[in-house]
Design a protein around this ligand. Sequence first.
Ligand SMILES: Nc1ncnc2c1ncn2[C@@H]1O[C@H](COP(=O)(O)OP(=O)(O)O)[C@@H](O)[C@H]1O
Ligand SMILES: [Mg+2]
Length: 339
Amino acid sequence: MKKLKILVVFDSAGPPPKDQDFEEEFKKEDWATEASVIRTLKKSGYDTDMIGVYDDIRTVIDRIQESKPDLVFNLTENFHGMSIYEKNLPALFELMQVPYTGCSADGLAICKNKAMSKKILNYHRIKVPGFQVFPRDSKRKPRKRLRFPVIVKPLTEEASIGIAQGSFVTDEQGLIDRVKFIHDSMCMHAIAEEYIDGRELYVSVLGNRRLKVLPAREMKFSRVPEEDPKIATYKAKWDKKYREKWGIRNGFPDKLPHGVQEKISKISKKAYRALNLSGYARFDIRLTGGNDIYIIEANANPALAPKEDFAMAASKAGISYESLVKIIANLSLKTDYLG
Ligand SMILES: Nc1ncnc2c1ncn2[C@@H]1O[C@H](COP(=O)(O)OP(=O)(O)O)[C@@H](O)[C@H]1O
Ligand SMILES: [Mg+2]
């Protein structure tokens, strides 16, 4: 049988080197997804090629036309360093009629906007926090029905960029100040969401039509004082020293209350379909003291490094890293690979 030809497309931090040599970058922890996926595809015997992209779309068009891959393994999250363009390279792959892994351009557009995705989930009666959008170019006043405390975030960012303990605000003045910070310092629209107190769970889903929900992961805040809000801030996610200081750790939950995993599975599948997701995705979920399940965010194309929550959850479900990469590649070619 002919080997599948796979072109891995990923973000280059700036204009890529002419020879497309990323050997030094791939040694760094930040590049673990790219390095691991490429290494695994090669090891699995695929005819694997790669290209880093920054802002020159012609290089991708030329490469796809020259090498005619069977599929693109899409690891891009930005274009020209801007995450709002995440959907546009997949849209280009669609125009070029080359299959690609992960989520469609449509699904990426929906999930990138934290308000749009919540409106759709709400339509499907999936619990989401109440929210209000504060566009950059308008002097909108906080609505009376928005209940404090709220958490103020950029409308279309990722990886907790712009999220700190200061994002948690308890009154109208605090809200106005934090919105101003996002408008002026980050040059982005803002969203204020009602704060949902509860356990922080990450639920990974794999598939197209037939879906597999993987065991939940949890971010635990063991040394954060009882009365403080437990938020996956930028530091809580990425700063090793900060994580150690406050006892923040990602792991498998000790024990979920009876019936909760089943309820999470049902809601996650429903949300995945409602948001037009495909391939693989991860939901950020809050489980309240009363066992209500709220979806905080849908992450289309979550990070695939072996130590990240998605691959850890797959491994717990008996799916090795190599199998996971193969399943994701194959899902781009078939509508129902897991079935
Ligand atoms: N409405 C909310 N209620 C409680 N916690 C929230 C809420 N919104 C965000 N958070 C906290 O902030 C983190 C980051 O928010 P999220 O919307 O997932 O942004 P990002 O896209 O940057 O990951 C969440 O994982 C959660 O810990
Ligand atoms: Mg998130």
